[in-house]
Design a protein around this ligand. Structure first.
Ligand code: B12
Ligand code: SF4
Ligand code: SF4
Length: 378
């Protein structure tokens, strides 16, 4: 068996659902698209992104000068059931890719035997998500799937619930060709997106995507965005759930999913999330992708989701969050109380105005009191 075939069959044994090879030449069209989108502000908000990164991520040889081939890989991730129960109180939602063990570590581990195979033929450098590499452009050119109108890579038979990784190597491997498939006339993802983040087919405005606001953004979520987030507390799967390719895809292989170990509940109880102190947050989420938001981000998101759900039974929990050591959480708890309204919410907000040291949290509480409306009607 030649090296390429050996590599591919080993990759499948390791649980990858798709594997392909492309050259290490620059991804010229993707580079152009990426630079233009960066210039147009579609990547704004990501402090770690830059024009230099957009340019360099499309050129595998910038970091591996001896590179000849790029091995692109797709690994399935958990697919949470849609809908779900409200048992025990209001619940948030967590995107499937973030359930269980952090995929960065998992994919690196799965690629290790492949890297060993390649090392004898020269350098091999791996990428999973946070490296300077356009993961989707590499996967598309290596023939793993096509770029959907929701911007995600769709793997025939498996859909988009996959995570992407690459091995850039000096080995000369047999190249694959891109697929000729497209989404056709479907536009379900563009229509479902609650924030209008998919500004054109295949074009995402980062500053509108719920995944950006709930994961990447570390500070205050703008007031006009909060209602659009719904009950998502980490990421968003709406434009994938609606996708007919995903709906007809094979269920992920249970053996591959076992690699994620104990799965986080995809519908966490929001009031319970608000009780997590730093230690409890660490115990529950360290080693999972959710760790990225830190406690302050996740509890901020829980407040927003509670405000959007509007269940008055959550008022005492939000009242306690008004005393949280993190101003970020106190401010969003105030907003949530304003959304829920009623005499109970008012009482909590009045009290916080008297003791709150941070000016912006007080401003949130004042806005929230206004949103509660006149006392006469309560
Ligand atoms: C930044 C980022 C985000 C930002 C998005 C910013 C943006 N506007 O792209 C935010 C935080 C919002 C985000 C959200 C999500 N992300 Co993200 N993200 C990334 C990251 C780190 C970089 C993406 C990037 O470079 N964007 C810049 C744009 C311009 O490039 P691009 O999207 O990669 O590719 C586009 C262009 O290159 C162009 N292109 C490519 N080839 C070609 C060829 C031609 C001819 C042309 C014209 C254009 C073209 O079209 C591509 C699609 O728009 C990648 C990992 C990586 N290193 O690639 C993961 C990645 C894209 N994310 C991923 C995931 C899972 C998600 C979420 C689904 C998570 C969730 N459930 O909440 C959402 C999906 C949102 C959506 N609808 O896309 C996966 C996608 C897997 C897949 N099946 O495609 C990736 C690949 C991580 C991984 N290694 O698996 N993400
Ligand atoms: S992940 Fe959610 S917010 Fe982002 S583009 Fe898809 S549907 Fe829109
Ligand atoms: S929902 Fe339709 S348009 Fe969007 S990615 Fe899926 S097939 Fe393509």
């Amino acid at each position: 068996m030649g090296l390429t075939n050996e590599l591919k069959s080993r990759a499948r044994e390791l649980g990858f659902v798709a594997v392909g090879v492309t050259s290490a030449d620059p991804f010229k069209e993707a580079q152009q698209a990426s630079i233009e989108r960066t210039g147009a502000g579609l990547m704004d908000g990501l402090g770690w992104w830059s024009r230099e990164r957009a340019e360099s991520s499309a050129e595998p040889r910038r970091r591996t000068p001896a590179a000849r081939s790029v091995v692109a890989l797709a690994f399935p991730h958990p697919v949470p059931p849609t809908g779900g129960t409200a048992d025990g109180g209001p619940r948030g939602r967590i995107a499937g890719y973030a359930l269980g063990r952090d995929y960065h570590e998992l994919l690196e581990e799965r690629m290790a035997p492949l890297v060993d195979l390649l090392k004898e033929r020269g350098a091999a450098k791996t990428y999973v998500d946070h490296g300077w590499m356009l993961d989707r452009a590499a996967a598309a050119r290596a023939g793993l799937g096509w770029l959907g109108k929701n911007t995600n890579l769709l793997v025939p038979g498996h859909g988009s619930y996959v995570l992407l990784a690459e091995i850039v190597t000096a080995a000369e491997l047999d190249l694959d060709q891109p697929l000729k498939k497209t989404c056709g006339s479907c536009d379900a993802c563009l229509r479902i997106c609650p924030t209008g983040a998919l500004v054109a087919p295949g074009v995402l405005d980062n500053r509108r995507c719920i995944a950006f606001w709930t994961i990447e953004h570390k500070g205050v979520i703008p007031v006009e965005i909060r209602p659009l987030i719904g009950d998502w507390v980490f990421g968003c799967d709406l434009c994938q759930e609606v996708c007919p390719i995903n709906r007809s895809a094979a269920a992920p292989d249970p053996q591959a999913l076992a690699a994620y170990r104990a799965l986080t509940n995809h519908r966490p109880l929001l009031e319970e999330l608000l009780t997590l102190d730093e230690t409890a947050f660490r115990v529950r989420f360290r080693g999972t992708a959710i760790w990225r938001t830190r406690r302050s981000g996740l509890l901020r998101n829980a407040c927003v989701a509670l405000g959007n759900i509007g269940d008055r039974d959550a008022i005492p929990a939000l009242g306690r969050a008004l005393a949280d050591p993190e101003p970020l959480i106190r401010g969003h708890a105030a907003w949530a109380l304003g959304r829920i309204g009623g005499a109970g919410a008012r009482r909590q907000l009045d009290a916080v105005l008297r003791r709150e040291p941070e000016a912006w949290v007080r401003a949130e509480a004042e806005m929230a009191l206004e949103a509660c409306g006149s006392l006469v009607f309560r």
